[in-house]
Design a protein around this ligand. Structure first.
Ligand code: ATP
Length: 221
């Protein structure tokens, strides 16, 4: 069977980027044997609250966070294109750029995966990329308990798509779903913003250069 190492994509508001995102990206890169792992900061996320920091700050923090790791890169595709950042549009653009045969993998935490039916034209995502789902503290563990914890429409969409292992991601360009394990980290951007708003230190929840950037630009005060 012809195999091509996949390109992984982790979208997020990254407001700010933290070690939950970074471990998710790093562990996905290794576990899924990705040729590339790209972090894609959202421009204007349509399916949640407007980000609290301007895109240029969120992009700068993401770049600082991956600066020392050649295995991760930041893709500013959503910030470069004006208009709402619908994942389906971003993936269509990326699909056009990489061609029809290149496997693409959308990386999601369990919370994002459970919320998928709220996304714009979400069912089209399966024709554009595979989806790999990581556990996240506070959300239902994946794998054996699916589809019991999924909404009926998501369970239906997942039917017949479950891949048995990471190698299967390289056998086709899109359409599979793979749960995978990451080191559980109960960190969220909300937690970090709350700490900062109350004058507490967020250090050791996110990279030092990002902590310094937040202080220098007086974000989330
Ligand atoms: P907020 O608290 O502002 O909602 P967040 O910390 O959830 O933000 P996002 O930018 O919304 O971060 O998340 C981007 C992606 O990273 C999503 O797929 C989300 O599930 C995943 N993710 C974020 N934090 C973690 C974590 N600690 N463990 C696993 N996945 C995570």
């Amino acid at each position: 069977m012809r195999t091509k190492r996949p390109i992984g994509l982790l979208g997020g508001t990254f407001d700010p980027i933290h070690f939950g995102h970074l471990r998710l990206a790093e562990e996905a890169r290794e576990t899924l044997d990705l040729a590339e792992m790209r972090l894609v900061p959202a421009g204007e996320p349509p399916h949640r609250d407007t980000p609290r920091s301007p895109a240029q700050h969120r992009l700068a923090m993401a770049r600082l966070a991956v600066d020392s790791n050649p295995g991760l890169r930041v893709d500013d595709i959503e910030i470069r294109h004006p208009g709402p950042s619908y994942s389906v549009l971003t993936l269509s653009r990326l699909r056009e750029a990489v061609g029809p045969d290149q496997p693409l993998v959308l990386i999601l935490g369990a919370d994002a995966f459970e919320g998928l039916p709220g996304w714009h034209r979400w069912e089209e995502l399966f024709s554009l990329a595979h989806i790999a789902v990581a556990n996240r503290p506070g959300y239902a563990p994946h794998g054996r308990r699916w589809p019991a914890v999924l909404s009926p429409e998501l369970a239906r969409a997942c039917d017949g798509r479950r891949l048995s292992d990471a190698a299967a991601l390289g056998h086709s360009p899109a359409g599979g779903i793979l749960p995978f394990d990451m080191t559980p980290l109960d960190i969220s951007a909300t937690l970090i913003r709350d700490l900062l708003r109350h004058g507490h230190s967020p250090r050791y929840l996110l990279p030092d250069p990002v902590v310094d950037y937040i202080a220098a630009h007086n974000l989330y005060a």
